[in-house]
Write a protein that binds this ligand. Structure first.
Ligand SMILES: Cc1cc2nc3c(=O)[nH]c(=O)nc-3n(C[C@H](O)[C@H](O)[C@H](O)COP(=O)(O)OP(=O)(O)OC[C@H]3O[C@@H](n4cnc5c(N)ncnc54)[C@H](O)[C@@H]3O)c2cc1C
Length: 441
């Protein structure tokens, strides 16, 4: 069993397939330099902890090998005299070609069972067989298609083989517990305590109203099907199912258009849009990454990301809109920054979360919809608690006034930076640039 983004023992159809013969299974994980060397410290550290948890649940039998999977997987298969190698199908931009190359060198069948999604990308199509480009009809068809029940576990004897060991990694932030047990506990806690209020609370960054399952889903420590099987029909559960479906939708879009992790689906945004460049833009980008733009909710979000490796979804949209429409910087630069810090960094959800906000993606928010960072802050952080949590320079301000320190005599008493731009002016500038792009076509 070659584990990749499915670091769990329960509800794991590929593992059940591997154990389905005589029950003997070599559990393998390959540290592939092409992936490892490009991952951020945060994602590497999380992966190391997740592998450590997996190894414990395998009584220390996880076989970790370092190198190119094309040689490593074949070598382990031959050392262990395996008669097949089992994987969950990878639908990412790099996985399918890697798996095809491994298959070509293996000498025994590479058996693909299941995927990291409830419904495998490519399965939900329109009547004419083409892919959905808009979320709502995709969601309806996805529900109608349905998904299997969680897979049953099969008794397994782990075969011990030489392991090169889980590598070391560290990062400067405090990460949540990793591994399958932590993922299941996280889901059970949210299921009993949070999901029913999810529709009311999920847009409020000042409340702990979301599941915090992103990093667990990313590494397959829990399968979305396990979650869907537990969901009922309350408002909160229905909205939560729709969020799980966004992850599936974006995986589907990336499967159809693997290049969309880098290029705008509306190509005009890469070829014709007059993006800002130069040293002043670079300085503004730097202020954005550091949480020093002078707009409290934007800065709180960027500091939350830096300090915790996570940012609330509503605030992800606000800071993304700010980068693209107030700073006139292409979404790809923001997406790369997010990937360097997010613990749930997922190439499909990230690229398409950005494309949606930038207005160039599938199902996109129209370009002229520019988030106002002050009204968004007042609406979704109504007492200002979120801002005060991440911005010590504003903690002396009580209540919602924290969103507008410029209206207070002592607003800047603790060296919070002044606004780096005039939002109304930059909004007009964004719309003018958008019109210029449209005129070129
Ligand atoms: C600019 C931008 C970048 C993003 N980057 C990522 C990313 O790298 N990785 C990532 O998993 N999500 C990303 N998202 C989506 C969303 O912000 C996160 O999934 C969510 O904040 C994770 O917190 P949670 O697990 O508590 O979410 P919950 O609200 O509890 O949602 C449960 C799960 O549903 C899925 N989900 C929820 N909303 C979305 C969404 N809009 N798109 C796709 N899946 C969703 C996630 O798997 C999430 O864990 C991004 C959104 C934006 C606007």
């Amino acid at each position: 069993m070659w584990f990749r983004r499915d670091l769990r023992l329960h509800d794991n159809p590929a593992l059940a397939g591997a154990a389905g013969g005589d029950g003997h299974v070599v559990p393998l994980f390959v540290i592939d330099p092409r992936v490892w060397d490009h991952a951020s410290d945060i994602r590497r550290t999380y992966l190391v902890r997740s592998l450590t948890a997996l190894d414990e649940s395998l009584s220390g039998n996880l076989v970790v090998r370092h190198g190119d999977p094309r040689t490593v997987v074949a070598a382990v298969a031959s050392e262990s005299r395996a008669d097949s190698v089992h994987i969950a199908t990878d639908f990412g931009p790099y996985g399918p070609s890697r798996d095809a190359a491994v298959e070509a060198t293996l000498g025994v069948p590479l058996v693909r069972t299941g995927s990291p999604y409830a419904v495998a990308p490519g399965r939900v199509t329109k009547g004419d067989g083409t892919a959905y480009r808009v979320y709502t009809p995709f969601y309806r068809a996805w529900v109608q298609h349905g998904w299997r029940s969680p897979a049953k576990s099969v008794p397994t004897d782990w075969v011990s083989l030489r392991s090169e060991g889980i590598p070391a990694a560290s990062c400067p932030i405090d990460l949540p517990a990793a591994g399958e047990a932590a993922a299941l506990a996280c889901w059970q806690e949210f299921r009993s305590d949070g999901v029913r209020d999810y529709s009311d609370r999920r847009n409020r960054p000042d409340l702990a109203g979301t599941s915090m399952l992103g990093h667990h889903l990313k590494w397959g420590e829990i399968h979305p099907r396990t979650i869907l099987a537990d969901l009922g029909d309350s408002d909160g559960e229905e909205v939560f199912r729709k969020e799980i479906a966004w992850r599936e939708f974006y995986a589907d879009v990336c499967h159809q258009r693997p290049d969309s992790i880098r290029v705008s689906l509306d190509r005009r945004y890469d070829t014709d849009f007059p993006w800002a460049t130069g040293p002043e833009t670079d300085a503004r980008f730097e202020a954005w990454t550091q949480g020093l733009t002078g707009f409290p909710v934007v800065d709180a979000g960027m500091r939350q990301l830096r300090e915790t490796g996570w940012m609330h979804n509503r605030v992800r949209m606000i800071v993304a809109s700010f980068l693209v429409k107030d700073l006139h910087i292409p979404w790809q630069r923001g997406a790369a920054h997010f990937m360097s810090l997010l613990r749930d960094g997922d190439i499909a959800s990230n690229a398409h979360g950005w494309q949606w906000t930038a207005g160039c993606g599938t199902d996109a928010s129209p370009y002229y919809r520019v988030f106002n960072p002050v009204t968004q802050g007042l609406k979704f952080d109504p007492d200002g608690d979120y801002v005060r949590t991440y911005i010590p320079e504003l903690r002396h301000i009580a209540g919602k006034s924290v969103h507008e320190p410029w209206t207070l005599l002592d607003g800047y008493a603790h060296d919070y930076p002044e606004r780096i731009l005039d939002h109304a002016a930059e909004r007009n500038e964004a719309l003018a640039r958008f019109s210029a792009m449209k005129e070129m076509n």
